[in-house]
Design a protein around this ligand. Structure first.
Ligand code: FES
Length: 104
């Protein structure tokens, strides 16, 4: 099971064991993190926004057009922002570091 690090707005680092085959948004919410995910992964909101560590950003699957368009609506958009509902958890994500932005 891959381990990821989620950094919360108070800068606390949380080491998590996450199951493969589910969306990152889902596993973060299962761990109790505040990610609204209003549209449940249908690319109609940007409330599942996370900021990916710059070293990890290029290792993730590319941003598809629909995600790219919706990211424009994310609060606090950065160069390494992603929508966590669009990131499937795989073994390759072992060591991933993401930051969960302050809720809007
Ligand atoms: Fe709405 Fe990710 S949950 S775009």
């Amino acid at each position: 099971m891959p381990k990821i690090t989620a950094i919360t707005p108070d800068e606390t680092r949380h080491e998590l064991d996450v199951p493969v085959g589910r969306a990152l948004m889902t596993v973060l919410r299962d761990h109790g993190f505040e990610l609204e995910g209003t549209c449940e992964g249908s690319l109609a909101c940007a409330t599942c926004h996370v900021v990916v560590d710059p070293d990890w950003y290029p290792k993730l699957s590319p941003v598809a057009t629909g995600e790219h368009d919706m990211l424009d609506f994310a609060e606090g958009l950065t160069a390494t922002s992603r929508l966590s509902c669009q990131i499937p958890v795989t073994e390759a994500l072992d060591g991933l570091v993401i930051t969960i932005p302050e809720p809007a």
